[in-house]
Write a protein that binds this ligand. Structure first.
Ligand code: UGA
Length: 439
């Protein structure tokens, strides 16, 4: 099929390359010429395992190209809308300006029978509004909402092997035509028996925000338990293991620590609350405010814990921060809990050195006043405390014996409950973690 993908950020770039991998003829469109230039030359604008290879393969196959000219989207049977929906400045609501601008630009090149398939995370009600706009301007054109559930770090795998396909469709024959087009796009995935949920626009939009809200709630639940564990001397890791054996609960996303960040969970729960307010249903989501509060409190607690470990004062103390990305296997620093803590420590007088295997460049650009080091050893040289704030494999596998030789004081704070407490304490380190007793 001939496909266009509008918006070549995380979601769009991976989607475009994945659609080419599935055998389609794809053009990725973005207004950012630099991004187009990089992608066209097989350079990935972000770090994502497996994406570089996929991009190179798709470009070499001749089935993928990138352009900043919307007219190159002309003639595609399906146009995927993959632009960002960030949080509005100073407000909880989502900023839909990119979705609107992209739809307007698409309308200029759209033909009857062609499908606009929205993948961006949008407030419920957006698809119905856009469908009206599209149909009003291009009679016979169709619109579907097809949310995406990819995780950074697993984006390629999640796009090519999604655990479900969700189609939000118009009622009647237009919906049937849209469904047939999407089934054709995803034929390989559909044939594999991937579960499909075929529904209306509002449900499809809500599936996405509900899923992210649930995940955020699960993380904040275990972090609230961590707060209680800190108050009682209980151990949150063992608690999570024990409740996680109950299949109804499940162990995944019960990792207590610094909490969630990134470009999705924080802004999505806020946009969901804002939208519920507009719909007069804000009471239904007031719990998400608490989810957000619990999450932000973890960052403050981490700074307090560091102060405690550093004998009550951060002033002039050398602190190594291992991890800057909001999660491992990513160079994304949007709302990164690790960088948030690093900055608070620095503002409160600590001498902070941050390291990360992939995100230093992004971090330096965004937060130039922080000090950066290329390796954990360099960051931790003569440190009074080491904070592990993003659980990269490299950090989980550090040898505490060798690492102990570079620091001034063997104090480690495990912000992600990712280290082996016994290995570190056996090597003579004092070990502290959120939600666990001192070791
Ligand atoms: C999230 C969702 O997981 C995806 O399904 C969704 O498609 C995506 O948002 C999106 O809306 O586009 P992502 O932001 O890549 O994906 O990251 P997650 O893996 O969900 O992690 C989010 C944050 O939660 C990270 O900061 C991570 O460190 C933290 N986390 C995760 C915990 O603190 N504890 C856990 O147990 C799990």
């Amino acid at each position: 099929m001939k496909i266009s993908v509008v918006g070549c950020g995380y979601l769009g770039a991976v989607h475009a390359a994945s659609m080419a991998e599935l055998g389609h003829d794809v053009v990725g469109i973005d207004v950012d010429r630099q991004k187009i230039e990089a992608l066209s030359n097989a350079r990935t604008p972000f770090y994502e395992p497996g994406f570089e290879e996929l991009l190179a393969r798709s470009l070499a196959s001749g089935r993928l190209r990138f352009s900043s000219d919307f007219s190159d989207a002309r003639g595609a049977q399906v146009h995927f809308l993959c632009v960002g929906t960030p949080q509005k400045r100073g407000e909880y609501a989502a900023d839909l300006r990119y979705v609107e601008a992209a739809t307007e630009s698409l309308i200029d090149v759209l033909g009857p029978g062609e499908l606009v398939a929205g993948k961006s995370t949008v407030p419920v009600g957006t698809a119905a509004r856009l469908a009206e706009l599209v149909a009003g301007k291009v009679p016979g054109a169709l619109l579907a909402w097809n949310p995406e559930f990819l995780r950074e770090g697993f984006a390629v795998q999640d796009t090519l092997h999604p655990d479900r396909l969700v189609y939000g469709l118009a009622a009647g024959p237009d919906g049937d035509t849209a469904r047939a087009l999407l089934d054709e796009v995803y034929a390989t995935i559909v044939e594999r028996g991937t579960p499909q949920v075929v529904t209306d626009y509002a449900t499809a939009e809500m599936v996405k925000t509900a899923a992210n809200s649930f995940l955020a709630t699960k993380i904040s639940f275990i972090n609230a338990m961590a707060e209680l564990c800190e108050a009682t001397g209980a151990d949150v890791k063992q608690l999570a293991d024990a409740i996680g054996y109950d299949e109804r609960i499940g162990r995944r996303f019960l990792n207590a620590g610094l909490g969630f960040g990134g470009g999705c969970l924080p802004k999505d729960i806020r946009a969901f609350m804002a939208r519920a307010g507009e719909l007069g249903a804000d009471q239904a989501l007031t719990f998400l405010r608490e989810v957000d509060n619990i999450n932000m409190r973890r960052r403050i607690r981490m700074v307090e814990l560091a102060r405690e470990v550093l004998d009550g004062s951060l002033l002039g103390k050398r602190v190594a921060v291992l991890g800057a990305a909001f999660k491992p296997d990513s160079d994304d620093i949007r709302d990164s809990p690790a960088l948030n803590v690093a900055q608070q420590l620095q503002l409160q007088g600590a001498v902070v050195r941050v390291t990360d295997p992939a995100a230093i460049e992004n971090s330096r650009r965004e937060w130039p006043h922080l000090d950066y080091a290329a390796t954990p050893e360099e960051a931790a040289e003569r440190a009074d405390a080491v904070l592990v704030l993003t659980e990269w494999k490299q950090y989980r596998e550090l040898d505490p014996v060798a690492f102990g030789k570079v620091v001034a004081q063997k104090r480690v704070l495990d912000g992600r409950n990712a280290l082996s407490r016994t290995a570190w304490t056996d090597a003579g380190w004092s070990y502290r973690a959120l939600g666990r007793r001192a070791g």
